[in-house]
Design a protein around this ligand. Structure first.
Ligand code: SF4
Ligand SMILES: [Zn+2]
Length: 409
């Protein structure tokens, strides 16, 4: 299958390289990533403000590449801008000159209607089959673009939508859920027992090998909800996972038994949808859109450290308060803490080396409570304390300082 062609007749991208109206298209070889998505309005402004030879005008632009790591290119029928995330910030290089306009939702639909109609048909028939076998079913509903499309595809069945409140959703998502409930959308909220920031001092910032919050903030409240409403009965949970979202999802089956909850089956009928399919469907049916997509290409937990590298540059401007809080707790500098090292010059001291200035300032205020002799070196974020001061005491102090930081939120 040849993904991505440019149809000059429609002035639109055809996702399978074949236009529903005009047939053959010109292949766009530069797009090497299937899950390209539209450039959010805020990001477009962010780029426009930083480019001097090019202006992205009206219409829909696509962005592809790996935004978390190094480079991303924005495309119409050709690469227009290159974005690189370096340790000093974002480097933006216009690859062309002048003002460039994008596509329209209508032209996208027209060029891709055969693909979308086929996807809708297949997806609905999976759902019908599943619901014929099991009437106990709900929709796992995040308030994101994919779950809105899923809810629309399953509208005729009147299934309950369950939103898991991790306590760290973007404010836009909370507003969106409330607005939908006011419009009589059938939504239940399953809230995590404790807030993420209450648990943070004790558990540390989530890391690849320590994703504790996925359990406490997502899995546990959902499990509780299922138990309360369905007990031991078999239940089908429709979710909007797509295989192009991540490598982990690439070979997921459409239906699978839950790893830990034996009476629960996860049903992912949208696995073959790409981000662009979801957007084109959303525009075609004028579905409600969470405002979070004005800023980012995905919602989810705002303090999540995964994929934060590029998002943090946008957050600094789009959500300055949340950004500054993330900075304070050390998520931006990618380190949450402090390391304790012996003095390299052989003095009877040890060094607390901080990666986070705010944390150091709070520890500096607390340090007189545990020792009289200490030195603070602001320039290299080091506090020197006597070597015989126990690490247990020091760690307790740092923990208290972190709690102070988090309490200020
Ligand atoms: S998505 Fe990120 S922040 Fe949210 S629960 Fe999972 S690891 Fe934690
Ligand atoms: Zn066409």
């Amino acid at each position: 299958m040849n993904m991505y062609g440019w149809c000059e007749g429609c002035r639109s991208i055809a996702l399978e390289g074949y236009c529903s109206v005009h047939g053959e298209t010109r292949p766009i070889l530069e797009i090497n990533k299937i899950d390209a998505c539209p450039l959010p309005e805020f990001e477009k402004e962010f780029l426009n403000a930083r480019m001097d030879r090019l202006k992205l005008g009206e219409g829909i632009f696509l962005i592809y590449g790996d935004r978390m790591l190094h480079s991303t290119v924005v495309a119409l029928d050709k690469p227009l801008v290159e974005i690189k995330v370096t340790k000093d910030g974002v480097r933006i290089t216009p690859l062309t000159k002048g003002e460039v306009k994008g596509m329209s939702p209508d032209s996208l639909w027209n060029a891709n209607s055969h693909r979308l109609n086929r996807l809708v048909k297949v997806t609905k028939s999976f759902a019908r089959q599943e619901l014929e076998q099991n009437k106990n079913a709900i929709i796992s509903f995040s308030g994101g673009k994919d779950s809105i499309v899923l809810a629309h595809l399953l509208e005729e069945y009147g299934l309950k939508k369950v939103f898991i409140d991790t306590t760290i959703e973007f404010p836009e998502t909370y507003r969106f859920i409330e607005a939908l409930k006011k419009k009589s959308w059938n939504i239940d909220v399953a809230r995590a027992e404790k807030s993420f920031f209450k648990l943070l001092p004790e558990k540390g910032y989530p890391a690849r090998k320590n994703r504790w919050c996925c359990k406490t903030q997502k899995f546990n409240p959902f499990e509780r909800y299922i138990k309360e409403h369905f007990g031991e009965e078999t239940i089908s949970v429709f979710g909007a996972e797509r295989r192009w979202e991540s490598l982990y999802r690439i070979d997921q089956p459409f239906k699978k038994q839950h790893k830990y909850i034996s009476n629960q089956y996860s049903i992912h009928i949208m696995l073959d949808w790409t981000a662009m399919d979801v957007w084109i469907y959303t525009w075609k049916h004028s579905l409600p859109v969470n405002e979070i997509y004005h800023y980012y290409d995905r919602g989810g937990c705002w303090p999540c450290p995964f994929g934060l590298t590029y998002r943090s540059f946008l957050m600094e401007h789009a959500h300055p308060k949340l950004y500054s809080f993330l900075d304070k707790v050390g998520a931006i500098s990618k380190s949450y803490g402090v390391s304790i090292r012996p003095c390299m010059e052989g003095k009877p001291m040890k060094h607390l080396v901080f990666s986070n200035e705010h944390l150091m300032n709070i520890v500096a205020k607390l340090i007189p409570s545990v020792c009289d002799t200490f030195e603070i070196h602001n320039t290299n974020r080091v506090i020197c304390v006597p070597a015989n001061l126990s690490n247990v005491k020091l760690k307790a102090l740092v923990k208290e300082a972190r709690t102070g930081l988090i309490g200020a939120h």
